[in-house]
Design a protein around this ligand. Structure first.
Ligand code: U2F
Length: 534
């Protein structure tokens, strides 16, 4: 059966009906609130000609973080200022898959998972494995462990059908267990040995993973008068501080005070009943708001103020989409798994140069100001400059409904991790080979030429012929299990080829290696997809 684009979300409502709890309530009301925008995007998509024919997939969505004992902890935090970014993503993924015409099952119960995919009880201690009826299973790191428990040996057989929602990303060196153990990349989360592109991130972090993303806001909803009016109220000098729990404010009072000298400063910090607030008295705290009310507050504000935590969440993208300027702390030295408790144990070597590197580097001024928050004058000057500038709402295409739909459509149509043959998407004509300088990762080599590193193209250049085409004379060529290869080392003119395709990696650099990099162009505002080149 073909997957036909739908213009209704009712199959999704039916799929989540049997789930309850604050997390699913958040997901449901988000889908509800955005349903008009989703439907309009689906209608436009149906009209556009370049849809690929794809078969209808039977998809299981299993947010493991909401299941089992970890799930209870997560649920308890939803209404107390805990993370909501993951829920934003699950909501938008579910909506996308529904509109793209696929057949969804949604579950947050570990018990139900067993009945959906588990082995049937056999005779004695020998369970009978049933064939997996789902073509695709979207889950997260918690869910992977649950799946392994439920599937037993079949887990390895079917793991090519998994997609892992992984907010911060997993680099190849951490993903391959044996390599991670022997090379110091072993972490709490990595080592599942999936294909790196099976991990789907919240922002385009390492290109080794697939960027899934989410959908941000739109400044003017269906041209409604009411919204327009509140938009012009933005000239009110209002700042909203980003930080739902009061520990996030620790040590930041001077910074917030500088801002509040220029702007009326609001907050949405969860206030436990019966406890007095630790927030400075000049802050107008609304308590944790529903998403709808939070977005309304942003609509009327001029500046959204980052405190340094949470890292890399959705809220700054929403604020910028609603015409706010995002003011955030620069991290010098950058935060990373080496020096920071939050990133410790995360399977990435990324260096986080500010609270929101995507906002800093891919959006930037006039929408985003990244400052040294311990420098009072710098903060003051930034705030004054912001108040002098008129800034229009801005949403990168990849964070619109259509942008997300076209991305998910392409992933489902082209990413096949079960096939034994080499990847053919994107096609070879997209490949731009670059030989990097010493010490640079392919991610930055490609970025410097306004391109992106594309791991699915590595296999085209992992050959002696690729070195020859670049006129690199190799005095010797060796094959090695090494996440930096293919690469060239000028000392002894050694060429290195990759032996394990799981270790093809855009991330990773070494001062003794010049990396051979598969770069490609991308569509405007949509880094995950390349322009047609046939
Ligand atoms: C990120 O998680 P957070 O939940 O802390 O991310 P935010 O950017 O704060 O926002 C998530 C959503 O919460 C909404 C807001 C966002 O879409 O509209 N919201 C709300 O409903 N009510 C309010 O009062 C304030 C905001 C990240 F996403 C996670 O991956 C990380 O685990 C976490 C820690 O780094 O940061």
């Amino acid at each position: 059966k073909k997957a036909e684009i739908r213009t209704t979300l009712s199959p999704l409502h039916a799929a989540i009906r049997n789930n309850s709890g604050p997390a699913v309530t958040f997901i449901r009301s988000r889908v509800e609130r955005m349903s008009e925008r989703w439907k309009q995007a689906a209608v436009r998509m149906r009209q556009s000609s370049n849809q690929t024919d794809s078969t209808q997939m039977k998809v299981l969505l299993y947010p493991g973080a909401l299941a089992g004992s970890a799930g209870q902890r997560f649920e308890a935090l939803v209404e107390r200022g805990g993370p909501l970014g993951e829920l934003v993503q699950w909501a938008d993924l579910s909506a996308s898959l529904t509109l793209l015409g696929h057949n969804l099952t949604f579950s947050t119960s570990q018990q139900q998972l067993h009945s959906l995919i588990g082995a049937a009880p056999g005779r004695g201690s020998c369970p009978i494995q049933r064939p997996l009826t789902f073509d695709l299973i979207y889950t997260d790191y918690h869910g992977l462990a649950h799946l392994q428990g439920a599937m037993g040996l079949a887990f390895l057989h079917y793991q090519c059908r998994f997609r892992i929602l992984d907010s911060f990303g997993t680099e190849p060196a951490f993903n391959l267990g044996s390599y991670a153990r022997s090379h110091g990349y072993k972490t709490l989360w990595g080592s599942w040995g999936l294909q790196p592109l099976q991990y789907m991130t919240m922002f385009p972090h390492t290109p080794d993973n697939s960027f899934l993303g989410f959908v941000s806001e739109e400044a003017v909803k269906d041209g409604k008068e009411e919204e327009l009016e509140s938009d012009s109220n933005r000239k009110n000098r209002i700042a909203v501080v980003y930080g739902k729990q009061d520990y996030m404010w620790k040590g930041k009072s001077e910074y917030v005070e500088v801002i509040s000298e220029e702007l009326e400063t609001h907050a949405t910090v969860y206030q436990p009943p019966g406890l007095t607030s630790n927030l400075p008295s000049f802050i107008r705290n609304h308590g944790l708001l529903t998403q709808e009310h939070f977005l309304r507050l942003l609509r009327g504000a001029k500046v959204f103020v980052g405190l340094g935590f949470p890292y890399e969440g959705p809220a700054p993208i929403e604020a910028i989409a609603l015409g706010c300027v995002f003011l955030q702390p620069r991290f010098d030295p950058p935060h990373s798994s080496e020096n920071n408790d939050f990133y410790k144990g995360k399977p990435t070597t990324r260096q986080i140069s500010s609270q929101h590197p995507y906002a800093e580097k891919l959006i930037g001024k006039p929408h985003v100001w990244t400052v040294d928050v311990s420098n009072k004058t710098e903060v003051q000057e930034a705030v004054r400059a912001i108040l002098r500038t008129e800034v229009k709402p801005f949403t990168p295409r990849e964070f619109t409904c259509e942008g997300m739909l076209e991305r998910v459509l392409d992933y489902i149509a082209h990413q096949d991790f079960c096939s034994k043959s080499l990847p053919t998407w994107p096609p070879e004509c997209a490949l731009r080979v670059h030989l990097g300088p010493l010490g640079q990762s392919c991610e930055s080599v490609c970025q410097r030429s306004s391109l992106v590193c594309e791991p699915a193209l590595f296999h085209h250049l992992n050959t002696p012929a690729a070195f020859a085409r670049l006129k690199i004379g190799c005095s010797s060529t060796r094959q090695e299990v090494n996440h930096l290869f293919p690469a060239y080392s000028p000392w002894g003119q050694q060429c290195g080829l990759q032996q394990d395709p799981l270790l093809f990696s855009c991330a990773g650099s070494d001062l003794s290696q010049r990396r051979l990099c598969p770069c490609r162009a991308h569509l405007p505002g949509q880094v995950a997809l390349s322009p047609d080149c046939l």
